[in-house]
Design a protein around this ligand. Sequence first.
Ligand code: SF4
Length: 337
Amino acid sequence: MDVVAVRRALIDWYDREARSLPWRAPPGSDARPDPYRVWLSEVMLQQTTTAHAAPYYAAFTTRWPTVGDLAAAEDGEVMAAWAGLGYYARARNLLACARAVAADYDGVFPDDEASLLALPGLGAYTAAAVAAIAFGQAANVVDGNVERVMARLFAVDTPIPAARPELRRLAGRFVTDERPGDWAQALMDLGATVCRPKSPLCRRCPVAFACQGLATGAPEKFPVRTPKSERPRRLGHAYVLLDGRGRVALVRRPAKGLLGGMLGLPTSDWSAAPASEPPAPADWRQTGSIEHVFTHFSLDLTVHVAEGEGDFLWTPVEDARAALPTVFRKALDRALA
Ligand code: SF4
């Protein structure tokens, strides 16, 4: 593989075709983007698309324009602003990291990969992305998109996850001191818009001339995957208790565990055979069920609704819709449909 030619072709393509994203500096620009904004966008983008993340990014940076502002925010406010982005452990880590930068680094992100990696919740990918994009360092930025591009470029036939160290090593062959942030973002753009997971657009690809996966005739077969075991299914009951005056009963979930510290509807446990245990005596009726897929299991919740009273966090329904994690918002919508 002619690494220099591939680098040049991809950087040239990036100079012409780079996606314009609110957290980015234009290609080749001397102005480096704010590390706070790079970090925030990368954390958001680990779990969703740029289109879905953009309004959240705009809301966060308007409300908390600096890492110090975010560090000073109330936990509950940040959790509520994060609702809809999923993976709430990341929102908790986001706050922990902002507070560490404020307390230990005077509100200025450290500029080397090792110190970034030592910050709470900041993994290898994010540390490398911030080091390359915000600080112009020759960091090897490898996520699932980059692994896919490398697996195809080099037709790596070792299955994921065993291939990961090799894919990282191959990605590292392209990293140099020359425009490392643009290189990382060029690879991200290639993976997102051209070398797509299901149907790569090889005819539009600037590095097709070197792609060994394309030469096999079936580049979409890479990266090779070991068959997945099926996600286990859990069942549960969710209870929508209304007070007749437009408010719904919510609870604060325990700090540890799934959706820890978030607002939620009262529910049974989530298991193979959960017992229905309504949170208050009332004339409960079933209104159907919803399904929600978490990383490690899928959940079927039977939704029950009633009017009643009790010791809860009584919240106007519209406020609850805005603050609740998606799984509970689905259950609330099902009850009110
Ligand atoms: Fe991906 Fe096709 Fe380009 Fe190869 S030629 S890197 S498979 S888009």
